[in-house]
Write a protein that binds this ligand. Structure first.
Ligand code: PLP
Length: 431
């Protein structure tokens, strides 16, 4: 029988670091990554036959759990009809219609194959539509690995020209302006200095790449005003939050708090592909008409709108659009975060929790952090012990303290109470 350690050794010989996406390597928590052989519902099994209750859900897409019958049916049927045509299909139209039905800020949608591609294309679209080059992103927000987006701020103040990755020339990020998240004063100042040069501002409305940090409502309200006043486009990167925190995505939550609120461009991924490589970006017809073949902004993809991926995404979206789906999901996520919070309190371990829909955050800290430095200041060594304690008890949490967690509709209240029982034992060891 293959072991996780054996497979990891083989993998490291032929794949850099043994993984095809860095966080899978368990670097932040140490130990050996589990090699997954199959998954069903709320569970995954590793190469050694051990079962885990899965709170990663492929980093968000598996909102129905693994192997949902309606999704499998749709995918199997699509596979029989053909893997890829490089020509338009009705299913792409249906998927665009389905997204637009639930997200009023969008009139047209373009499908791509990854979130990285979608955010990269959204930035190009914003630059093409405005004729401007500069844009703002926020520290701790991840928007995929396109060169111009691989930048974060230094300490507190706005920073230019500091690529976070080797291989990204400073010239490529000279127009990327990084601001601290949830910092109104820094935002005001950036617009006062550069407002007329800004093509766009891109933000994760609930930042899931620094665990789970909400953009404050007054911050988003002011961001919307400033963008409108200065002619910059507001891009909501909902690759993680889209169809995950609510059927109308995170923007629907802000629209409830800020009358008439809408972003200009929205980016989706993860859930809209239901576990297949599929992502999208959308906006008003006026903005989207800048894209080729209508306009001068080039964007394309051999596998864009792939028939199998669209079948998977469409079946997923149709399931989650059922009445009551999100209230039921949120009830389960609430049971989990509440149970974990109570267990930690009992053990005297400071734990702050938050959630929305089927996405949650756990911080080994007394209060919820509001920005990236605060997230990174939470107890990493203790998180590694929590992670491994849970993993040893068959619960698979995110292998890094800066990642969000996910609950699917396949997680039953029994699964959740078993997870809380495991946490009680682990917190007792940590306390
Ligand atoms: C996952 C993610 C991306 C990148 O998507 P990929 O499909 O991994 O390229 C972009 N933005 C956000 C907010 C994400 O969570």
């Amino acid at each position: 029988m293959s072991t996780n350690a054996g497979l990891f050794e083989r993998a490291q010989a032929v794949i850099p670091g043994g993984v095809n996406s860095p966080v899978r390597a368990f670097k932040a928590v140490g130990g050996t990554p589990r090699f997954i052989t199959r998954a069903k519902g709320a569970y995954m099994w590793d190469a050694e036959g051990r079962r885990y209750t899965d709170y990663i859900g492929s980093w968000g897409p598996m909102i129905l759990g693994h192997g949902h019958a309606a999704v499998l049916d749709a995918v199997q049927k699509a596979v029989r009809d053909g893997l890829s045509f490089g020509a338009p299909t009705e299913r792409e139209v249906e998927l665009a219609e389905e997204v637009i039905r639930h997200v009023p800020s969008i009139e047209q949608l373009r499908l791509v194959s990854s979130g990285t591609e979608a955010t990269m294309s959204a930035i190009r679209l914003a630059r093409g539509a405005t004729g401007r080059s500069r844009f703002i992103k926020f520290e701790g927000c991840y928007h995929g690995h396109a060169d111009a987006l691989l930048v974060k701020a230094g300490s507190g103040l706005a920073t230019f020209n500091h690529p976070t990755s080797a291989g990204v020339p400073a010239e490529v990020v000279q127009h990327t302006h990084v601001l601290p998240y949830n910092d109104l004063a820094a935002l005001e100042q950036a617009f006062a200095e550069h407002g007329s040069e800004l093509a766009c501002v891109i933000i994760e409305p609930i930042a899931g790449n620094m665990n789970f940090v909400r953009a404050a409502v007054p911050f988003v309200a002011r961001l919307r005003e400033l963008c409108s006043r200065h002619g910059a486009l507001l891009i909501f990167d909902e690759v993680m939050t889209g169809f995950r925190v609510a059927l109308g995505s995170a923007q629907s939550l802000y629209a409830k708090a800020i009358p008439g609120f809408m972003p200009d461009i929205s980016v989706f991924g993860k859930v809209i592909g239901g576990g297949m490589p599929l992502a999208a970006f959308g906006a008003s017809r006026a903005i989207m008409s800048h894209l080729a073949p209508l306009g001068g902004v080039y964007q394309a993809g051999t596998l864009s709108g792939n028939p199998v991926a669209t079948a998977c995404g469409l079946a997923t979206l149709r399931e989650i659009a059922r009445p009551g789906f999100f209230s039921e999901l949120a009830k389960h996520t609430a049971a989990l975060t509440h149970g974990l919070h109570t267990a930690a309190q009992t053990a005297g371990v400071p734990l702050a929790v938050d959630f929305e829909g089927g996405m949650f955050g756990l911080f080994l800290a007394p209060e919820l952090p509001q920005n990236y430095p605060a997230v990174m200041a939470t107890d990493a060594a203790r998180y590694a012990r929590l992670f491994h304690g849970m993993l040893n008890r068959g619960v698979y949490l995110a292998p890094a303290l800066y990642e969000a967690g996910f609950v699917s509709s396949a997680h039953t209240l029994d699964d959740i109470s078993a997870t809380v029982d495991a946490a009680r034992a682990v917190f007792a060891e940590l306390g």
